[in-house]
Design a protein around this ligand. Structure first.
Ligand SMILES: CC(C)(COP(=O)(O)OP(=O)(O)OC[C@H]1O[C@@H](n2cnc3c(N)ncnc32)[C@H](O)[C@@H]1OP(=O)(O)O)[C@@H](O)C(=O)NCCC(=O)NCCS
Length: 321
């Protein structure tokens, strides 16, 4: 019995903001951003809600599948439209997913990997036939647009995958997730709570703060560890993997992962140029691009690998159907 990915989808907001636009807002320039990150532009939500993006990507992933067959919805996000109801509950309502248990999960940029890991376990334990795992972010709402160290990196969007429990397929071959304590608070975003009459703490701004070089060093190590361990667990080598779908945080991190695994960069699905880092949505959006590219054949082994705040990291190896 295995859990297979039977559909993928993605959705981006209409507005595209290029590096030149940002160089009018903060002291930076197009070439610096391209050289240091690989990013040329990103999409920013103006009229789209996170729910719009999540539902559009989920509809694309579902196609004409029976909506009543979805038993589970997991939405990975650090930037939900609201705290209650959860994005999962909102998606369930908006898509009339009558039979779904729905909730949110926050594992920052590793969120989609954690979501798939959760879904696989629950599907196998509880006999859930189909699940929808979504990564969605409106990071533009928690970005400090005056901080050139972060505002050049992040974007908005959503990606989805439909998972199915099958008796006769392998689907997910192996998985690995891990948390590392962020002892120096290298990647944080506060909650913007109101002041209460009972506590002295001052309200904080809900901005993403990042020590770029520190996160970079963590990312290179964590992505390597995650890749090595899922391969070991599956008893295969990097050469057996047809395509890699990495978190899209920095082109140099993706290149270092390719070098470490001694794999050509062409095996890595990269869309960071036009999306930036969309946290939990990055991997499912890149996966949707790969699956729609026509390159993937049934039986191909694909690795998704990510890292992020928390700190967190993980990887999933699966066989395409
Ligand atoms: C953010 C990041 C692109 C910065 O690149 P970097 O090479 O590490 O650059 P540094 O932060 O060391 O800064 C180098 C210089 O560029 C400057 N700089 C920073 N941002 C800049 C920008 N947008 N434009 C121009 N210059 C910039 C710095 O002020 C610094 O100048 P100084 O040498 O005069 O002090 C890079 O660290 C990174 O991508 N880190 C990982 C981030 C990540 O993956 N986050 C997501 C986790 S899920």
């Amino acid at each position: 019995m295995g859990v297979v990915i039977i559909g993928t989808g993605k959705s981006l907001p209409e507005l595209k903001v290029d590096n030149t636009h940002l160089s009018k807002m903060v002291e930076t320039d197009n070439q610096w951003i391209i050289d240091r990150t690989g990013i040329e532009s990103r999409h920013i939500a103006t009229k789209e809600t996170g729910l719009d993006l999540a539902v559009n990507s989920a509809k694309e992933a579902m196609g004409d599948l029976d909506r009543n067959s979805i038993g589970l919805v997991i939405v990975a996000t650090v930037s939900p439209d609201m705290l209650v109801p959860s994005m999962g509950a909102l998606v369930k309502r908006a898509m009339n997913l009558e039979n779904a248990i729905a909730y949110d999960l926050n594992a920052a940029c590793s969120g989609f990997i954690y979501g798939i890991w959760n879904a696989e376990a629950l599907m196998k334990t509880h006999g859930i036939k189909r699940a929808l795992v979504i990564g969605v972010e409106r990071l533009s709402r928690i970005t400090n647009w005056e901080d050139r160290g972060t505002c050049i990196i992040f974007g908005d969007g959503a990606g989805s995958a439909v998972l199915e429990l099958k008796d006769d397929k392998t689907g997910i071959i192996s998985s690995f997730i891990k948390n590392y304590d962020d002892i120096s608070n290298s990647l944080t975003a506060d909650m913007q709570y109101l002041k209460t009459p009972f506590a002295d703490d001052e309200p904080k701004e809900q901005f993403l703060h990042m020590n770029g070089p520190q996160v970079f060093r963590f990312a290179v190590g964590a992505i390597g560890e995650a890749m090595d361990i899922v391969l070991q667990k599956a008893g295969i080598t990097a050469n057996d993997v047809k395509y890699y779908v990495p978190h899209q945080a920095n082109m140099r991190i993706i290149q270092s992962a390719a070098q470490r695994m001694k794999q050509p960069i062409e095996k890595f699905q990269v869309n960071i140029q036009t999306t930036g880092n969309v946290s939990a949505a990055s991997i499912p959006m890149a996966l949707a691009d790969l699956m729609k590219s026509g390159k993937v054949n049934s039986g191909d082994i694909i690795m998704m690998v990510g890292f992020g705040g928390g700190l967190s990291a993980g990887a999933i190896l699966f066989e395409a159907v």
